[in-house]
Design a protein around this ligand. Structure first.
Ligand code: ASP
Ligand code: MG
Length: 443
């Protein structure tokens, strides 16, 4: 009998040795209940991807110190009573890689991916060994050994189509419970790639689709999907249910619930998806459903650190060429806008602030200008953009806290407000107050 479930353990839940013990209990319970082992996908331990990223950049400046990353993993080995030399091979490889990287300035995206890969490669080894000690035979697996192949866009790679059957066959060959590295893959030339932050979610969805799994559970550091990030909105509450489409929309607009691309494969394959808390495994968490009763606002997402690029349009007949120019330059510089539009005298694109922007501006020349320090605050729910009363109510609530959005956009499931970033929390709370209590009920 093949595996029926895919269990994904996220970095925010993988905090310490106690968390690894909880993973062991959950996997063991699953195996007992289903009579067959699940497939497990793991993230790096909490904070490790950030630490490795910093290490990679420091190494490129000739100052890479492996110490802190190694100390943290050593402590885990000790607390879990695992052999202290379990990871030695990886430390040697990582040290050699850092030496290679020291001659790179700027750091190549391909090298960054190789350094980041150690987070998941190490956590898979630790968790597989811990499971073995717990009495559950398990094998660590690098996702590329299952045949997970992506395009070559380092840092944001996407899996190629049509790999499902090969992946499922490879998974069935793995002895014991496969503990698969999330986030990692290789391209067609065999170069290591990563799927973007939170990419382990996508790995898990791809494996679940490949297996035709009955259930996919995302074990997180939070109780499930909430109506907002409590850091923005203290009154945020747990959503027992959400549609796949709403979850995808939330992720797209910046909520760190799931990787934005992770919803589609699970939905296609009709896998039951649940987001649950590793700290409280018996709690139901959030279940994704195809359809829910009723429309209306369900949750608020915030995307921070944005800037708006504007390209002037002098004459109406220039509109199309200026739009083409703006999008052409963004495309050449690999910048994907979150929102675009045109208005009196300009065409605009809302983008992440960051590295390629100076190049974009240089290429656009003097007709371009920038508005900085922006954020989007988005109300998500079935048909929210089709309800004029709600759109008016949203403006009124924002006005009530003194916020006039810089831009706004509506889509079927999203009401997007562009605001100054220092007002994003106030805006999020104002929009959140429009979520009715019935949004929190189970169907
Ligand atoms: N470790 C990666 C990150 O921190 C991928 C993941 O956790 O899904 O983003
Ligand atoms: Mg994560």
């Amino acid at each position: 009998m093949g595996p029926k479930s895919v269990l994904k353990f996220g970095g925010a839940a993988l905090t310490d040795a106690a968390a690894v013990r909880r993973v062991c209990t959950v996997v063991d319970d699953w195996r007992t209940r289903e009579g067959t082992g699940p497939v497990v996908v793991v993230s790096a331990f909490e904070g490790m991807t950030d630490a490795l990223e910093e290490l990679a950049y420091e190494a490129a400046r000739g100052r890479g110190d492996l110490g802190p990353v190694r100390v943290r993993h050593r402590a885990l080995l000790r607390q879990l009573e695992l052999p202290s030399d379990l990871l030695d091979r990886y430390w040697r490889n990582l040290a050699a890689l850092l030496v290679e990287v020291a001659s790179e300035n700027p750091l190549a995206p391909a090298s960054l991916d190789r350094v980041l890969s150690f987070g998941e490669r190490l956590s898979a080894r630790i968790i597989a060994r811990a499971l073995g000690r717990y009495g559950v035979p398990a094998t660590p697996v690098d996702a590329w050994d299952l045949g997970l192949v992506t395009d070559s866009r380092h840092g944001q790679a996407r899996p190629l189509e049509g790999q499902g059957a090969a992946i499922a066959a490879a998974l069935r060959e793995v002895p014991g419970v496969p503990i698969v590295t999330g986030f990692l893959a290789k391209d067609q030339r065999g170069r290591l790639t990563t799927l973007g932050r939170n990419g382990s979610d996508l790995t898990a969805a791809i494996l679940a689709e490949a297996l035709g799994a009955g259930e996919l559970v995302y074990w997180k550091g939070v109780p499930g999907i909430l109506t907002a990030d409590p850091a923005d909105v203290p009154e945020a509450r747990l959503l027992p249910q959400l549609t796949y489409a709403e979850a995808g929309e939330l992720a797209f607009h910046g909520a760190e619930v799931l990787h934005p691309a992770a919803v589609a494969p699970a939905r296609r394959a009709r896998v039951k998806v649940r987001v649950a808390s590793l700290a409280d495994p018996q709690a139901p968490g959030t279940t994704l459903v195809e359809r829910s009763e009723g429309a209306g606002p369900r949750a608020v997402a915030v995307r921070d650190e944005l800037l708006l690029l504007r390209l002037a349009i002098e004459l109406p007949e220039e509109a199309a060429t200026q739009a083409a120019r703006l999008f052409g330059v963004l495309g050449d510089c690999d910048v994907t806008p979150w929102l675009t539009g045109s208005e009196d005298g300009c065409v605009w694109a809302l983008v992440d602030r960051g590295l390629p922007i100076p190049t974009v501006l240089e290429r656009l020349g003097s007709e371009a200008s920038v508005e900085r320090d922006l954020a989007t605050v988005t109300l998500v729910g079935q048909d929210v953009g089709c309800d004029p009363d709600l759109v008016r109510a949203a403006s009124a609530r924002l006005a009530g806290v003194g916020i006039v959005p810089r831009r706004a956009a509506v889509a079927t499931r999203a009401l997007v407000e562009v605001v100054d970033r220092d007002r994003r929390r106030a805006a999020a709370r104002a929009l959140h107050s429009l979520i009715p209590d019935r949004a929190l009920l189970q169907n």
